[in-house]
Design a protein around this ligand. Structure first.
Ligand code: ZN
Length: 370
């Protein structure tokens, strides 16, 4: 069976307007191209094609989600407000950092639908795993609001659909975006049937969430796992956190489906994080998640695109992930490898990194056999 890639050209045309990093372009911020602009995804699509993956992948045009499907996760008021903002020509989805124009609502429906299409291909046995390459991202959106460039929580919609349509008892969402998956955490905080794991840069965005001691609530105590990584962690530290905390917890939880919130803004060249992963590092992360899926749920893995803002390097990180999911025998060379060999991201695990991650593992040991 093949790996599916869900893609629609409209994801490469959606305009988030003007801005500077997170901020709208007004006041003291000089007018510039918004950091979430089409280049990052069109370059990725072109790189995948250029690397020959169109011969390997099953390319599928996704369907749009229906507003009713969003109600599995979001309140009717939020869905209606998002439709109204676009109908009025644009505005903000929540928090002041989430610009919308007249097309954003439709694109957000298509993004959630892309995650659902990937899910349907995997659960229907038409693909062994799938990557939904989309804009708008979703992991910051919670039940009542959009936030941080996100309008609807695509991963959460897919998780709930997996339960509603296929009757799955346990689903895991593993969020490798550099920023805390706060929306997913809040949606599933009290639900033990959905394990939410977020591996992110400590206090990056949002700066007041994503702490180790936030382990869920009520019946969901223990099934929210935050892994905080300090700036400069790099590949060795990240992979140690995967092996020490994330992979053992996934094995113990034994999900019937692994959903990956697949941001690559933890990359070395990303303007919105300082985690310093390389494309090779992302390939190792993907390989570990794929191995867990192989072990516990017959390889069922749905990857849903999130952030990743280096227009040059993010495409190579996503390429490395998709090549790993597709189990290609030889990955495409990273043309930047010669320039990054001496960076902290490529060095060995430092004692302070081991100590930091071991300390967090002890924090999770109350709920998991770590
Ligand atoms: Zn992010």
């Amino acid at each position: 069976m093949t790996t599916a890639l869900c893609w629609d050209d409209r994801f490469g045309t959606h305009d988030m307007g003007r801005g500077g990093l997170y901020l709208p372009a007004d006041g003291l911020v000089e007018d510039g191209v918004h950091v979430d602009n089409p280049a990052r995804i069109t370059r990725t699509r072109n790189l995948l094609r250029g690397a020959g993956l169109d011969e390997v992948l099953r390319i599928v045009r996704p369907r749009a989600a229906t507003p009713d499907e969003l109600l599995l996760v979001h309140s009717p008021e939020h869905v209606e407000r998002m439709a109204a903002v676009s109908a009025a020509g644009g505005g903000d989805a929540g928090g002041g950092y989430t610009p919308m124009d007249a097309t954003s609502y439709e694109l957000a429906l298509l993004s959630a639908g892309s995650a659902l299409t990937a899910l349907e291909l995997v659960m229907g046995g038409e693909a062994s795993n799938a990557h939904a390459m989309l804009r708008r991202a979703g992991h910051h959106a919670w039940r009542e609001s959009g936030y941080g460039f996100c309008i609807f929580n695509n991963c959460a919609v897919a998780a709930r659909a997996a339960q509603a349509a296929w009757g799955l008892g346990r689903v895991a969402i593993v969020d490798i975006d550099a920023h805390h998956g706060n929306g997913s955490e809040w949606i599933f905080a009290g639900d033990p049937s959905v394990l939410t794991v977020s591996i992110h840069q400590d206090r990056s965005f949002p700066s007041d969430s994503g702490f180790v001691e936030h382990v869920g609530e009520g019946d969901g105590l223990g099934t929210n796992v935050n892994v905080n990584l300090p700036a400069g962690t790099g590949d060795p530290g990240y992979l140690y956190a995967m092996d020490r905390i994330v992979v053992p917890i996934l094995h113990e939880f034994a999900p019937e489906l692994v959903i990956v919130a697949c941001g690559v803004d933890a990359s070395l060249f990303d303007p919105l994080s300082r985690l310093g992963l390389t494309a090779a590092g992302f390939a190792h992360v993907a390989a570990r998640l794929l191995a867990v899926a192989d072990d516990v749920c017959e390889g069922r893995l749905v990857s849903v695109q999130e952030g990743g803002y280096s227009h040059v390097y993010a495409p190579f990180c996503w390429l490395a992930i998709v090549e790993t999911l597709a189990r290609v025998p030889e990955r495409t060379e990273d043309p930047y490898e010669m320039f990054i060999a001496g960076q902290p991201c490529c060095r060995e695990l430092g004692p302070w990194q081991r100590e930091t991650i071991d300390d967090q593992a002890r924090g999770h040991a109350a709920y998991w056999p770590l």
